[in-house]
Design a protein around this ligand. Structure first.
Ligand code: ADP
Ligand code: MG
Length: 690
């Protein structure tokens, strides 16, 4: 007997290639897919509701007789049909209607209707209800189960999809659909068997708990939700296992590396916080193994992630491996390059720089030195992992400030160690804390370390919001801050998603500010500038030779200038919370009292107000990340590119996060992980072959 996932849709009566093609847009390719395409709502069409029982907001089925109908010419033309049932009258209103329809709904016609009652011009009204003119002598033919409503796509209607699904349900009875959840798990959580759950969800009895069905808490749904979350988890674990089954360069803590590390630590003007020490140890242990490290380091803005990067780079290069350190922007990569150059000045380590802007002969030279093993630590942007970059012996890849570094990108790193027959250790350091639910689902294949402590002496950043009508006041504030010896950022954020416009706005602002702030040095940095010009400006700002830096979001992550104590952010209402938190984190990096001005453009939407309020009230990246998730959803927080990871059919991360812990625990009990992955992640499993 073939299993349902082997039976193509065209086996169903009336499904040809064209319809099959339409259904593929819903990711439905076979009978199993059809059965796992679940209703989002149900309607009770099993009994008639007397008209007088309807209240606004109620859905239901009723029978009534047409009393009169007319076309009304208001702001919009509509067909108004007055019907009577029992002793009540209500109005059916149609904004789209045909002459035939008007005729059919003539006085005296008996109609059967399903719709939602609303309060309209004439009292209770039904807008565009589904209806049928019936013959009073014919027997009533009404369903005895709730009617499911499915997500649709263009080219298929509700009724058609419902019929197809019912056909698939019939196949369900005579086929083998293995229940992939162990009975022990089902029993523990009192979840129904798979077949039963599917039956139930496609045609629930009339006494079903509709509220539970609507909010996804019905045991039949929960059973499937658990299975789906499990499927995603298992697919990430599969990825992890396959990665970890390969060899990495073991970088032991021996005399040489310990000495190098101690020397480096001794040269720092501070000692590590205990959180940094703990995370450092976790990384060290990983690195000393001959198995690739897969570690995510989460730490709030300013928690001191860069020194940890340096420490593990030191350990790996002392063991004779190459290290690649990637930052998301050129400015940040450049800053790292400067820091590393200074930190490693007294070591034999050789540093190299590579960005997308490294071109021509210079690029050839750098590529050759990477390939020949003439350099130890290579710092740069995404360019580091492009196809034409071949490493001599890549032992460790550090991805800084990049929580959107998804599965595909992680996978692409695997090949970068090929020359030496190793898979590089991976250290991913997040730009902002990731909400726990996302970390547990989208990054289940990584081990996590958390730096849950800021270096001593940091003061909370005072955050306030003001309308951009008060721009002049801000200028005065900038002046007073700079005259007291501090520095300020003035950030021009997105204008219509266009980088060119953003840069233009920054240029205009810089001109205007330098006129308004005579006596102070105002400079500009944006993405369209030459790399060299950018780094000159950043260096000057860093060295205190510039008072006010007007910038686009190029300074969003990582930039570290401890003397800056004021940041003005324009149009904060357009940015996500995590992004605002990151921008704000450019100040408050030393021991100075710092300020963040959110200069919005009124009027603010409700959501915009809410977001600015969160920023004013919280400085904790973990709380802000949770809020961000709540207000914007996982797709935005994780980046659209990664949504494939969290694109669930039935589960909802926010709603169903309670399962994540269980998922982790029961994953090892699953005897056929591959089957669950195939069932749920199936066609969309773009990262299947590893
Ligand atoms: P982030 O976690 O945002 O990447 P950085 O690594 O840029 O933070 O560190 C922020 C600032 O704090 C830097 O100036 C860094 O030198 C400093 N710093 C890092 N660790 C400590 C520490 N343990 N004590 C004092 N200052 C520290
Ligand atoms: Mg950083």
């Amino acid at each position: 007997m073939s299993t349902l996932d082997q039976i193509p849709l065209t086996q169903l009566k009336g499904v040809g290639n064209k319809l099959a093609e339409t259904l593929s847009k819903l990711d439905i390719y076979n009978l199993q897919d059809l059965l796992f395409h679940l209703p989002f709502r149900y309607e009770d069409r099993t009994k008639f509701i007397p008209l007088q029982h309807f209240r606004a907001g109620m859905h239901g089925l009723f029978e009534a007789e047409v009393v009169s109908h007319r076309v009304v010419y208001g702001r919009r033309r509509s067909l108004e049909v007055i019907v009577e049932g029992g002793h009540s009258r209500v109005t059916l209103r149609f904004y789209h209607f045909s002459a035939a329809q008007t005729r059919l709904l003539g006085t005296g016609a008996l109609i059967r209707c399903y719709g939602e009652a609303r309060l309209g011009k004439t009292g209770l009204e039904f807008y565009h209800p589904e209806y049928k003119v019936v013959n009073p002598d014919e027997p009533h033919e009404i369903p005895d189960r709730l009617t499911p409503l499915y997500p649709l796509t263009e080219g298929i209607q509700q009724g058609r999809l419902r019929t197809l699904t019912q056909l698939a349900v019939k196949w369900l009875d005579r086929s083998e659909v293995p229940d992939l959840l162990p009975a022990s798990v089902r029993n523990e959580f009192q979840l129904p068997e798979l077949k039963k759950a599917l039956h139930y969800l496609h045609s629930p009895p009339t006494d079903a708990d509709q509220e539970a069905l609507l909010n996804g808490s019905h045991p039949c749904q929960q059973r499937l939700i658990l299975e789906e979350l499990l499927a995603h988890h298992l697919s990430l674990m599969k990825l992890r296992t396959s990665m970890r089954s390969q060899a990495a360069l073991a970088c032991p803590l021996n005399l040489a590396s310990t000495q190098a590390i101690d020397q480096f630590l001794g040269s720092l003007p501070f000692s590590l916080t205990s959180a940094q020490q703990r995370v450092q140890q976790e990384i060290q242990t990983d690195l000393s193994q001959p198995i690739p490290m897969l570690r995510l380091v989460q730490g709030d803005v300013g928690s001191g992630k860069t020194v940890l990067a340096a420490l593990c780079a030191l350990q790996a290069s002392t063991a004779g491996g190459q290290v690649a350190l990637m930052a998301p922007t050129e400015i940040l990569a450049e800053q790292h390059a400067q820091n590393f150059k200074r930190w490693f000045a007294d070591t034999p380590l050789r540093l190299a720089w590579l960005s997308g802007k490294t071109k021509g002969k210079k690029r050839q030279q750098v590529l050759a030195s990477i390939l020949n093993g003439d350099v130890d630590i290579i710092i740069g942007t995404h360019a580091l992992f492009q196809q034409d970059v071949h490493y001599h012996r890549l032992a460790l890849a550090i991805i800084d400030e990049q929580h959107r570094f998804g599965v595909h990108q992680r996978l692409s790193l695997k090949d970068k160690g090929l020359n030496a027959g190793i898979v590089p250790h991976q250290l991913i350091m997040t730009a902002t804390p990731i909400p726990r639910t996302l970390a547990m689902s989208a990054y289940a294949d990584l081990d996590t370390s958390v730096i849950d402590e800021l270096p001593p002496g940091r003061q909370a950043i005072e955050t306030f919001a003001l309308s951009d009508a008060r721009r002049e006041e801000m200028v005065a504030k900038v002046r007073s801050v700079c005259e007291s010896g501090d520095q300020a950022y003035w950030v021009c954020t997105l204008i219509e998603e266009s980088e060119t416009l953003q840069c233009q706005a920054a240029e205009d602002t810089a001109t205007w500010l330098s006129e308004s702030l005579l006596g102070l040095t105002v400079a500009l940095v944006h993405g369209r500038m030459k790399a060299q010009d950018k780094s000159l400006v950043m260096e000057a700002f860093s060295a205190g030779r510039i008072d006010v830096l007007v910038a686009t979001t190029v300074i969003e992550v990582g930039v570290d200038v401890p003397d800056a104590s004021l940041i003005v952010i324009e149009n904060p209402e357009r940015l996500g919370l995590a992004q605002l938190h990151q921008l704000r984190g450019r100040v408050g990096r030393g021991n100075k009292k710092s300020y963040c001005a959110l200069m919005y453009h009124p009027p603010l939407s409700e959501n915009g107000k809410e977001r600015l309020k969160v920023m004013r009230e919280s400085s904790d990246g973990f709380i802000i990340a949770e809020k961000d998730l709540e207000l914007r959803g996982p797709g935005e927080v994780l980046g659209t590119k990664q949504t494939g990871l969290i694109d669930f059919k039935i589960a909802d991360l926010q709603r169903d996060q309670g399962w994540l812990e269980t998922v982790k625990q029961i994953a090892p009990l699953i005897s056929q992980p591959e089957a669950i992955i195939q069932r749920w992640v199936g066609q969309s499993q773009k990262y299947a072959e590893v």
